[in-house]
Design a binder for this molecule. Structure first.
Ligand SMILES: Cc1cc2nc3c(=O)[nH]c(=O)nc-3n(C[C@H](O)[C@H](O)[C@H](O)COP(=O)(O)O)c2cc1C
Length: 498
């Protein structure tokens, strides 16, 4: 194919004819504009220009293959790059308002999780901050996630010789120095140029486990390679293990192929996200999308229909910016049979939100459940993980101890981890604090965030009167406020020992 002149590419800069350059190749994406799950505006901003940098923030390179047939036009003539259209300015303004302090604090100034968010706001473009912080509808489930940890109080024991404490906990037999891990979060390229590998670097250095998202900016094997490289640098001394969060592709062959790649790499468990048959309404993201559409003059065409649950399903990566061909709204419990056969390792269902489904998960033989409402990003007014855990304790306590139970959502303090463990959790996941730490400080921030949580955890253990996590028991917390609000069958009187 003959090389294409940059001046020619620059001419195709409208919704009638939209060309972009990706990794030195020219693509005609006109017919894809209306199908782009994140909306046409995002692509139109790049029309006639080199879109590689922006593309890489959100997609692994191989997603280029998902473009319609006929899109690739040929290589760009490297001598004519200067003739490409200058890209429409990305929103480079940071998320902090103009009159806020715009200096990023030294990492040592981050002494609790909320400090990372403040630092991230200084460096993150508004769009990336909105992606990280957005939640479903009016934000009530995110609020409840944050608040419910504070609505359970401790019942500490004293005079118990708490000079030394052991904070270790295992996940599926893989020991970790702490009972918390990094939750899977997609599209980290929009947060930090190092994306997921940068998180992995921090995790390995601190020895904590991490779950890697299907919607990652980098390819699954690239992330794994970084993991191995970091391990080697440390003489393979780090106990860190990677697990894989699985948005099941609609296409069965694709679903199986992905699972095999993940397995071949060496990921230790499959965390199937089950709370996302369709993408929740990410309100702040919608506002931004509408603004972007207005800015490029396509607002009258409305938003792309990515919520319809049609066969073209998606993966919820970046607000509405999702990955075609992934996540099946048609998944059922019966699918677990073939998934188990193909995977052959530990399976966790991520997004269990009531006692009945916890029981079903146990009956279907999964190895773990993650009580989660996706960081308050999916169903409006979904229950917090703590509320779901209390339901399980009340209505199907027989599952506790039979499968590994994880919680996530709103966890911002190491001592709160102890509450979950008192009530029977194996470990907890932490999401946004690590994302904000990554944004502001890269892997150093991830490490610092581990230290902050770890210190709160060990201090909490001493003040609670325990020296090892096995000593945590339900009697060490007062959960009566949450229990009073817990769902119960009509007419039932709650008898609980909590
Ligand atoms: C920006 C962002 C992206 C996320 N991406 C994914 C994802 O790709 N897959 C997934 O299963 N969960 C995803 N989650 C949900 C997290 O795994 C986790 O459930 C949640 O962040 C926990 O709440 P927290 O952020 O309050 O700690 C995402 C969460 C955030 C904030």
């Amino acid at each position: 194919m003959a090389a294409i002149d940059g001046a020619e590419v620059a001419k195709h800069n409208s919704k009638k004819s939209c060309w972009v350059v990706l990794h030195s190749k020219v693509y005609d994406v006109t017919s894809f504009l209306s199908k782009h799950p994140g909306g046409a505006a995002i692509i139109l901003k790049q029309a006639g220009s080199d879109a590689t940098e922006e593309f890489e923030k959100y997609h692994p390179l191989d997603y280029i293959n998902d473009l319609p047939d006929g899109s690739p036009l040929g290589p760009i003539d490297p001598n004519t790059l200067g003739k490409l259209r200058a890209r429409k300015d990305q929103t480079s303004a940071s998320a902090s308002s103009a009159n806020e302090e715009n200096e990023i604090p030294h990492v040592s100034m981050c002494v609790s999780c909320p400090d990372f968010e403040k630092a991230a706001k200084v460096v993150l473009p508004l769009k990336s901050y909105v992606y990280a912080s957005t939640s479903a509808n009016s934000g009530l489930s995110l609020r409840a996630n944050l608040d419910d940890w504070g609505r359970i109080n401790f019942r500490p024991r004293v005079m118990r010789n708490v000079g030394d404490v052991d904070t270790r906990r295992s996940i599926f037999g893989h020991s970790s120095p702490y009972p918390f891990y990094i939750s899977p979060m997609g599209t980290l390229g929009a947060i930090h140029p190092g994306a997921e590998p940068e998180v992995v670097r921090g995790a390995v250095r601190k020895g904590i486990h991490a779950v890697i998202s299907t919607a990652s900016s980098k390819q699954v094997d690239q992330i794994w390679q970084r993991f191995e490289d970091e391990q080697k640098t440390l003489g393979n001394a780090s106990p860190t293990r990677l697990f894989y969060q699985y948005y099941m592709p609609v296409d069965r062959k694709r679903a199986i192929d992905l699972m095999h790649i993940v397995k071949k790499c060496g990921y230790k468990g499959l965390w199937i996200t089950v709370d996302t048959p369709v993408l929740g309404k990410r309100t702040a993201d919608r506002v931004l999308q509408a603004e972007e559409a207005l800015a490029v003059g396509i607002a009258e065409e409305g938003t792309v229909e990515w919520e319809t649950g049609e066969e073209n399903a998606f993966a919820p990566a970046m607000g509405g910016r999702v990955v075609s061909g992934q996540l099946s709204p048609h998944t059922t419990w019966e699918d677990l049979q073939w998934i188990r056969k193909e995977w052959g390792g530990p399976i966790v269902l991520k997004g269990i939100q009531c006692a009945e489904d916890a029981k079903l998960a146990y009956e279907y033989g999964v190895d773990g459940i993650l009580l989660s409402n996706h960081g308050g990003r999916q169903l409006h007014t979904a229950p917090s993980a703590l509320m779901t855990l209390l339901e399980i304790r009340t209505y199907c306590p027989e599952v506790i101890g039979k499968l590994e139970i994880f919680l996530d959502g709103g966890l911002r303090d190491g001592s709160d981890v102890l509450k979950a463990l008192c009530l029977g959790a194996t470990a907890v996941g932490v999401g946004r604090p690590f994302m904000y730490a990554l944004a502001a400080y890269g892997s150093q921030g991830v490490e610092r965030c581990v230290d902050v949580l770890a210190e709160e955890l060990s201090t909490g253990m001493r003040l609670l009167g325990v020296t090892s996590l096995d000593q945590l028991i339900p009697e060490m917390v007062n959960a009566s406020r949450l229990l009073n609000e817990m769902w119960r069958p009509e007419g039932a009187v709650l008898k609980s020992r909590l």
